[in-house]
Design a protein around this ligand. Structure first.
Ligand code: NDP
Length: 330
């Protein structure tokens, strides 16, 4: 089998030399274990973020959709499709409940009703339930409210915006290219999308949301988030999902003062880790599948082919090359 191992603590943007692909012999299965052949692998920003925590080399972690080749767990039969969290590997031994990276997820691929199995690591996988629960449970959107989302064309952001539309909200998304802006407005039905690299963010937002912002789904943190939070209405809700905007920074800027806006507007700001709702993930999966099947939700994907190209696919996510979920077909 082959797997990617992280050799170094990332300084700034991760480099190819920070990874090593190792070949090794898989041991025979023990009771409770399954052997999984990877079909689809996920490349995600959190694989960059967790490098802050693991300052020693570790196997790269991450989700995959694969097929069970051998099984010593009666819950999983040979040929079954499963979602595991065994990192960037072509074959892996997985065990229900055993930790891999920060989590230990192994579960049968949800019933996708004929949709591509790759959605099991995208819109009907961890990013899907991140958008679903992270937005609905924390922002508690009401019809007619104005919702803003950053990294809006990404895996999580593109779903948050569309879920907000399903809930009857007005949706404004920030993304990093004109092509993404067009995709969000023309294909995904966002009311307004803005290229944060070329507009004056404060002015453009004031124009797009003249009545202020009620919900903000924050994927990036940093200055853009401070600007958005300063345009929030009374009792606004902020769901803090990620901080991709600062993950690669080696020199963090000074703090922006947000407290006047938080106090005067009586805001609720809450961070989350999507595993918080793990027991309810299948509830989210089945709703997400129904929305995709009915055409209300579009599950964009950015596919890279080949095990050898995983690192490039990962860098591509950090550089904003993806529209929708970035996945690798092994
Ligand atoms: P995306 O598919 O959104 O890919 C990342 C996107 O972030 C890029 O396409 C890029 O788009 C944007 N980006 C990159 N660098 C910057 C920057 N410096 N400033 C602003 N935007 C940037 O990834 P995900 O949907 O998987 O993840 C989105 C966020 O959600 C991340 O912060 C991630 O860590 C977080 N997350 C949190 C989870 C949780 O449980 N809390 C679970 C899953 C994800 P653009 O062209 O617009 O710049």
């Amino acid at each position: 089998a082959r797997k990617y191992v992280v050799k170094n603590y990332f300084e700034g943007v991760p480099k190819r030399e920070d990874f090593e692909v190792v070949e090794y012999e898989l041991p025979p299965l023990k009771d409770g274990e399954i052997l999984v052949k990877t079909e689809w692998l996920s490349v995600d920003p959190y694989q960059r973020a967790y490098n802050y925590l693991f300052k020693v080399p570790y196997d790269q972690f991450g989700f995959q959709v694969g097929i069970v080749q051998e099984s010593k767990d009666p819950k999983f039969s040979v040929g079954m499709k499963v979602v595991t969290h065994k990192g960037w590997s072509d074959y892996a031994i997985a065990k229900d409940g055993e930790l891999s990276g920060p989590v230990g997820y192994v579960y049968p691929l949800p019933d996708l009703k004929g949709l591509s199995p790759s959605l099991g690591i995208g819109a009907v996988g961890m990013p899907g339930v991140t958008a679903y629960f992270g937005f609905l449970e924390i922002c508690k959107p009401k019809a007619g409210e104005t919702v803003v989302v950053t990294a809006a064309a990404g895996a999580v952001g593109s779903l948050v915006g569309q879920i907000a539309k399903i809930k009857g909200c007005k949706v404004i998304g920030f993304a990093g290219s004109d092509d993404k802006v067009e995709w969000l407005e023309k294909k995904l039905g966002f009311d307004k999308a803005l290229n944060y690299k070329t507009v004056n963010i404060a002015e453009a937002l004031k124009e797009a949301a003249p009545n202020g912002v009620d919900c903000y789904f924050d994927n990036v943190g940093g200055e853009i988030s401070s600007i958005i939070i300063n345009q929030m209405n009374k009792f606004g809700r902020v769901s803090v999902c990620g901080s991709i905007g600062s993950n690669n920074m080696t020199d963090l800027p000074k703090a922006t003062i947000l407290q006047p806006a938080i106090v005067s507007q009586q805001l609720t700001i809450r961070g989350f880790i999507t595993g918080e709702w793990y027991e309810r993930w299948h509830e989210g999966f089945s709703q997400l599948v129904d929305w995709i099947k009915s055409g209300q939700l579009k599950a964009g994907e950015h596919v890279t082919e080949g095990f050898d190209n995983i690192f490039d696919a990962f860098l591509g996510v950090l550089a904003g090359e993806n529209k929708g979920k970035a996945v690798v077909k092994v």
